[in-house]
Ligand binder design. Structure first.
Ligand SMILES: Cc1cc2nc3c(=O)[nH]c(=O)nc-3n(C[C@H](O)[C@H](O)[C@H](O)COP(=O)(O)O)c2cc1C
Length: 366
């Protein structure tokens, strides 16, 4: 359990639907749109609703329903320009991005909009995408070695007056980035579940994101990462993915889940399954992000049904507290009808979580 943060209020992030088709691979009606106007409105609703962060996705090609994909850094910048408090996390894929371009882009965005920009360094899972854009497909462990160098370079460029680095993937000599980003420096997120993903988090990331899971499942990952992080005097926080279906009754919420799964597009889910199992089982220990995902789990891109935030606001708030006790610092949430569901979550669920947190705080003081 991350004792340092157990008493901090849990933070909330939402997935920006900057990729078409929403966050489930299903033909169910979704009143979510991937375009600019919908997302600007959503960002305003989310900050009003009490969300701390928005996470943009990076995809370069279609596949499994994601016909259109807006680019993450540009899109993040636009959301910052339409909000005042929300922090926006831009996904960066090493390969298409190199660290100096990323460091410079993000530094400028921090000056334009204040220090509300953060980054999510993704390591890649979609071999077909790499092939389509002419990027070499490194094996699983090499992808993480490159991501770790990428993170070390970003932070070094942002922090040091003159940055020098000699790695296997990147080299810098006395490089002086000016201006530096505003303080506090942009936070660095990274995601996965594999041994390599966890070890990288324990060494260099500010935040570790992982796929949907139960409190028991996530507690195991937290213990593993936090033990190693402490040994290395590194502080890392934990973000967990979840798909929320909050309705007035549990039966209504379960009916929506059943409809999402019944209307899943089987060919697209199977294609996604093939691609991600390929990526996950490529990690030597076989504990990658989707190593144990069933067909139903994969209808949500990041195993979000497993987190079980499906029910009434009260049930969801109680389950959120169990996740917090398991060491989760932030919940990264996806929804079916983003604008209306985010507003409902902010009105009906977040206040219950804050109340439960206050009760725990008071009980701890006694
Ligand atoms: C919360 C989260 C967000 C992610 N966002 C992206 C993304 O935008 N683009 C992408 O190509 N991969 C994304 N990934 C995939 C990861 O970078 C990584 O390739 C994948 O989780 C493989 O993990 P593994 O090493 O555990 O198999 C994301 C993963 C997580 C957990």
């Amino acid at each position: 359990m991350s004792t340092s943060s157990a008493r901090q209020p849990l933070q909330f992030a939402y997935w920006v639907p900057n990729v078409s088709g929403g966050l489930v691979i299903s033909q169910i009606e979704q009143r979510t749109h991937w375009g600019a106007e919908y997302n600007r409105q959503l960002a305003k609703i989310a900050e009003q609703a009490g969300f701390d962060y928005a996470l943009t996705q990076i995809r370069f090609t279609a596949g499994y329903g994601a016909e259109n994909q807006h680019e993450s850094v540009t899109f993040s910048q636009d959301l910052l320009s339409h909000t005042t408090k929300l922090k926006v996390i831009a996904a960066l894929l090493p390969g298409p991005w190199n660290p100096v371009l990323a460091a410079k882009q993000i530094a400028t965005i921090s000056h334009l909009y204040g220090p509300r920009i953060a980054v999510n360094i993704v390591s890649g899972w979609f071999r077909g995408e790499f092939k389509a854009i002419g990027e070499p497909w490194l094996d699983h462990e090499e992808r993480y070695l490159r991501s770790e160098e990428f993170i070390r370079c970003l932070r070094g460029i942002w922090r040091e007056e003159h940055f020098t680095f000699a790695g296997d993937f990147y080299r810098f000599r006395d490089y002086a980035l000016k201006p530096k980003p505003l303080n506090p420096l942009p936070e660095i997120f990274q995601g996965g579940s594999s041994r390599a993903a966890r070890d990288m988090a324990a060494r260099v990331s500010d935040w570790y994101f992982t796929n949907g899971n139960t409190p028991e499942g996530v507690a195991k990952q937290v213990a593993d990462i936090q033990t190693k992080a402490r040994q290395q005097q590194h502080a890392v926080k934990i973000g967990l993915n979840g798909f929320v279906i909050a309705r007035e009754t549990e039966a209504q919420a379960q009916a929506v889940l059943a409809e999402i799964i019944v209307k899943a597009n089987p060919d697209a889910v199977k294609g996604f399954q093939h691609e991600v199992k390929n990526a996950g089982s490529a990690s030597p220990e076989g504990e990658g992000n989707w190593a144990a995902s069933s067909f139903d789990d994969l209808v949500q891109y990041n195993d979000g049904f497993k987190t079980n935030l499906i029910g009434t606001p009260q049930q969801i708030a109680e389950r959120i507290m169990a996740l917090k006790h398991a060491g989760v610092d932030l919940l990264l949430l996806a929804f079916l009808h983003f604008q209306e569901d985010v507003a409902f979550f902010g009105r009906e669920v977040i206040p219950l979580v804050r109340e439960l947190e206050r009760q725990e705080e008071a009980a701890a003081v006694l």
